[in-house]
Design a protein around this ligand. Sequence first.
Ligand SMILES: Nc1nc2c(c(=O)[nH]1)N[C@@H](CN(C=O)c1ccc(C(=O)N[C@@H](CCC(=O)O)C(=O)O)cc1)CN2
Length: 291
Amino acid sequence: MQIIDGKLVASQVLEEVKGDIDRLKAAGITPGLAVVLVGDDPASQVYVNSKVKKCGELGMHSRKIVLPADASQEELLEVIRELNADASIHGILVQSPPPPHIDEAAVVLEIDPAKDVDGFHPENVAKLVMEDESGFVPCTPLGCIRLLKAAGIETAGANAVVIGRSMIVGKPMAHLLMSKQSNATVTVAHSRTKNLPELCRSADIIVAAIGRPSFVTAEFVKDGAVVIDVGINRVEDASAKRGYRIVGDVAYDEVAPRCRAITPVPGGVGPMTIAMLMANTVKACRQQTGA
Ligand SMILES: Nc1nc2c(c(=O)[nH]1)N[C@@H](CN(C=O)c1ccc(C(=O)N[C@@H](CCC(=O)O)C(=O)O)cc1)CN2
């Protein structure tokens, strides 16, 4: 059984990205990312700070904009319009989830698709479906594909089951797996899917992105399957330093012995999200500057 080391693969991606940034800077261009946070959700604060920190480590320009939890939709849209017009910013993202009164779809529509490094804008969604590589692909599924490649997993002809149909992971993941780059046969499962354990047992590759701790148990997994765990769930644990533990959507201890390869949580898909965000920002910078 192979444990796919997301920290290692992320560091390799970041090394490549750093080389690209150094070359852009030598040509007088500094890639810039703007990260917008609405509210004070502790997990979102951690992710936003990690993104800004990573920009600094790579020598990229960044702007962190924090709006109060009661900021209006119009205030947020105004911030995005300003960032769309800022030539030093090549990538823009609004940390998800925003507070409930914010219409996230409308916010995404306001972001210039050329700066939409999260790949959430309908123009980029269409490009993903049409396999137009000029678009931006959401960072987490892009990271999953990179992990499969790094682990030497053959996707062509494989039966893949993606559990979860979110716009941020499940749907884009399904498209990436069925694309001509991957050539897998894909089934998307969700909360209303019948006989889910049986369906998953037919899969060579399972991508768990359902957001429920330890949901995928050994009965879901056939011997020799590859399991990619996208879940990042906080579970209370008084004995843990932070008072909680991060667990995935997969019951790792019982599933891992059955697998050909599996991603752990933490240290699997999570670190890839930020690495692919940096890669998307450099791609956006290149496209906008022609460099
Ligand atoms: N606008 C966006 N919002 C959100 C995205 C996104 O891609 N764009 N993804 C997630 C959160 N996320 C980045 O934003 C993210 C989640 C997890 C990790 C990570 O490295 N996790 C570690 C564990 C971290 C911990 O211990 O707390 C791991 O799995 O090893 C990075 C980024 C939702 N929102």
